[in-house]
Design a binder for this molecule. Sequence first.
Ligand SMILES: Nc1ncnc2c1ncn2[C@@H]1O[C@H](COP(=O)(O)OP(=O)(O)OP(=O)(O)O)[C@@H](O)[C@H]1O
Ligand SMILES: [Mg+2]
Length: 502
Amino acid sequence: MTWLEDSRTKLAATQLGPRAEQIGRVESIGDGIALVSGLPDVRLDELVRFDKGPFGFVQVLEPDRVGCVLLDDVDTIEAGDTVRGTGDVVRVPVGPALLGRVVDPLGRPLDGKGPIAAGELLPIERPAPAIIDRDAVTQPVQTGLVVFDTLFALGRGQRQLIIGDRAIGKTTVAVDTIINQRDSDIICVYVGVGQKSSSVRRAIDAILGQGAPERCIVVVASSASSPGLQWIAPFAGFTMAEYFRDRGQHALIVLDDLSKHAATHREIALLTRQSPGREAYPGDVFYVHARMLERAAKLSKEKGGGSLTALPIAETDAGNLSAYIPTNLISITDGQIVLDTKLFHEGQKPAVDVGTSVSRVGGKTQAHALRDAAKSVRLDYAQFLELEMFTRFGGMPDARVRDQLARGGRIRAILGQQQHAPLRLAEEVSLVLAVQSGLLDQLPLPLVAAFRLALREALDRGAADAVRLIETTGTLDDANRKLIIETITACLQTVAPQAAAP
Ligand SMILES: Nc1ncnc2c1ncn2[C@@H]1O[C@H](COP(=O)(O)OP(=O)(O)OP(=O)(O)O)[C@@H](O)[C@H]1O
Ligand SMILES: [Mg+2]
């Protein structure tokens, strides 16, 4: 009789007798941190459960007590409450069910679209891929922003920092990059940490409204969330993005922003009485960000060839790149895009400071068509900036200098771009070809915007073959280059007939 056998095996497996269990007590609680005594065997990062319901995780171990960070904002917990270890770490749901959703760092929906049927739960802290499992960064991520794609190309698997003062378009640059992935195969995860709810709302509207929502996940821990939720948010975002990386797909994660995350880390450290170091940050803040960003990688063929690109954002104070967190992040990442307040207020948007920005690995991934066209843009532009400063004090520039100034002004005009209006690779190549071949030198600067607008349609009408070639292979042959130049000339004729006249 099977039920009898069944009961017997169950009975044999049942342990009778006393069971030892550790029960901790809350000694003090406040600001989302609980100091708990009586749990000598819990481990670092272990998930603990308060008997009143909420969860927390262990962040600090001391000989006679542990510091737990609460994962929810709760007023119900008081000193004397009981706590138990769970023997597990914090886990978040992963999988395709999250796509198109706005969730909190524990994967709970925030968009009112009902529960998420995620198949799997994975720990928020996972080891970064080993060296042997990695491959060189060789494929590009098209950002759709001319200044990045031509001067600071981004590769799949790269970590590129976006850094600058308050409110000068850091989020916009990252969001535009996500929007541009509507035509690619890259899955985007936007993590908002410690942001104002209104800023997060704007980012969500842009991403889900203009990007491809079916390939985006938004993870939000706003400034009103508990420090615990804010602390785990970037880790949770990485775990959600890694799911796709490990299945041979390509993913991009935006961390907006790590300065706020560092501040939360400092807050937790000070509340748990760890000794403060430079700028009152605890000594391990570098390690926290380094081990997190190491998870961005391009995997080898044997591991499926997937990639995870990271765009961490950091805020500076009065453009000070040598503060603690900015220098840390600059040294961890593979390049930085520096945004400049002065440029932003002069109307140059995106306000990229070309002199201090750099992309250390992306250059190799740039599409050939763009690389050939943009060969000397950087040098011409740098020379222009110097000349501009020099001639600002008057003087009579000779014809050669005047030409250089005219060219530089046009380069600056094409590097600027409206927000949420990413360009296709073919348009970027054509713009750069137009300015480098000198066709725009006579075009009055105020008309450059109109020319850009007209060019899009003109290309589709007059050079469809060339557009297709660039979009599919990233290359351009002589015949098609000629076709594009002809299209540009015709387009100039319509925008500014007198300027285009030979
Ligand atoms: N290319 C652009 N064209 C027009 N407006 C822009 C552009 N980039 C940014 N802006 C505007 O500048 C403002 C600030 O942008 P954004 O919120 O991206 O800055 P931020 O550096 O992320 O700010 P915060 O420090 O608050 O996070 C926004 O109102 C945005 O619309
Ligand atoms: Mg922002």
